[in-house]
Write a protein that binds this ligand. Structure first.
Ligand code: AMP
Ligand code: MG
Length: 422
């Protein structure tokens, strides 16, 4: 059954105020261009997981740092084998971590995985292919050895000074291993921004407090904090402010003074209690744009504070808040942290969709596998941008471009997963 991604357009149309409504791509570019780079800090590698590198990591030594034995067994000179020798007096034993020994002509050294190859040896015979008796190691009948077998040559993975990790990489557990292997105890990363989220609205009541029939549970702020924390931004606090200009001014001023980034929800539309843009203006936050030709989230406001604080004022409808947080706040934070822009991801629509109102649509969708293994996006109706309970079953949104209105099943669209981390 075809899905309609929505019909009613709220707010003003671009036709009424063309200068006030910008496109999704213009909004993205304006935000990314405005975001300042976060400072660099040096921290112990042990606490660097999940942070963004602000330095390159280069190899301290060749890898492997010596010709590394790859099997438990014996090390021999291949020339002896080639000359027909099959029984070798055991000269000594050399384990991983032992100093390199020198192989005497015609003999073998018992050798362990990870040891450095004894000087004079150029062939390792695995322990399964030998028997040791009376101080001699004897090769299995018919065993065929090859020169240099089971030897991992020095520098064959990379050489000293090779760049192992580039600045901008978000540090994974594998990267922690690499940084340790490079001998580093401390590392330069992006400072984690201080983020304040603020829910505005007289009608909002937090969980745990008594609620009247005409009131609404406050859910946006905690959801945005959770989204930010999921992406590694741990310094997040949430505040709730009522729609009262004087109070908004005082409290937002305090948050601006304390934070690198503010994420507000609510109070940015055209209602009489929508004071947020005017209060931000009074506090010296310069508006970069107000309104994007998209649904949900059209009334979004973005500006820069006097000390370079990025201020995202998101519409309060819960679906709008989450879509805008994902589409604009997360990529902006990644840019400021120094991460390269992620490669775009795509999915094919699992069913026909129509969407008419000349807006870009972020359509929540669940991902399913197609018969050929391709990723299909199954639209999930949210009725209005306030119906957020359906989002739990979604993996992200597909982006329906503004130029089209009919999207047949199979149409390939850009996919924005809720989580930007693979
Ligand atoms: P606003 O953008 O302030 O006009 O809010 C739009 C709608 O979203 C209203 O129905 C609000 O009650 C609702 N809303 C605003 N903020 C929140 C919030 N923090 N949690 C849940 N719903 C909210
Ligand atoms: Mg409100």
């Amino acid at each position: 059954m075809p899905v309609s991604a929505g019909t009613s357009v709220t707010g003003q149309s671009p036709g009424n105020r063309p200068d006030a409504v910008i496109s999704v791509s213009e909004a993205r570019e304006a935000i990314l261009a405005a975001m300042p780079a976060f400072d660099i800090e040096t921290i112990p590698v042990g606490s660097a997981g999940g942070r963004v590198l602000r330095q390159a990591v280069v190899a301290e030594r060749d890898q492997p740092p010596f010709d590394r034995v790859m099997m438990d067994g014996i090390a021999i000179a291949f020339g002896d084998f080639a000359a027909g020798k099959r029984r070798f007096p055991v000269q000594s034993t050399q384990a991983a971590g032992d100093e390199q020994q020198v192989l005497e002509p015609g003999k073998c050294i018992e050798i362990m995985t990870g040891a450095s190859l004894p000087r004079g040896a150029d062939c390792v015979v695995p322990v399964e292919r030998i028997t040791v008796a009376g101080g001699d190691a004897r090769l299995e009948d018919g065993y065929v050895a090859e020169a240099n077998q089971f030897i991992h040559p020095r520098g064959s993975d990379h050489g000293l000074g090779a760049e192992l990790l580039a600045a901008g990489k978000r540090i994974s557990p594998m990267d922690i291993a690499i940084i340790h292997s490079a001998g580093l105890t401390d590392i330069d990363v992006s400072r984690s921004p201080t983020i304040r989220t603020i829910s505005t609205g007289n009608e909002l009541v937090p969980a745990g407090a008594p609620i009247e029939p005409h009131q609404v549970r406050m859910s946006n702020g905690p959801a945005v904090v959770a989204l930010l924390r999921q992406h590694g931004y741990t310094d997040c606090e949430h505040d709730h402010l009522v729609d009262e200009p004087q109070l908004l001014e005082e409290r937002i001023a305090a948050h601006l003074a304390a934070a690198d980034v503010l994420v507000l929800s609510g109070g940015v539309s055209m209602g009489k209690a929508d004071y947020v843009p005017q209060v931000l203006g009074k506090l010296g936050v310069d508006v970069v744009f107000h309104k994007i030709s998209q649904r949900p989230g059209k009334p979004m406001w973005f500006g820069m504070g006097p000390q370079g604080q990025a201020v995202f004022a998101l519409p309060g409808n819960p679906v709008s808040t989450l879509v805008c947080a994902r589409q604009y706040v997360l990529p902006a934070l990644a840019r400021s942290a120094g991460e390269p822009d992620p490669l775009p991801e795509f999915a094919a629509l699992a069913q026909d969709v129509s969407f008419n109102p000349s807006l870009t649509c972020f359509l929540p969708a669940r991902l399913v596998s197609g018969t050929g293994g391709q990723v299909l996006a199954m639209p999930v109706a949210t009725n209005t941008s306030g119906d957020f309970t359906a989002l739990s079953a979604t993996d992200g949104c597909v982006e329906l471009p503004l130029e089209e209105s009919q999207f047949p099943a199979g149409t390939v669209l850009q996919l924005h997963r809720w989580s930007m981390r693979a």
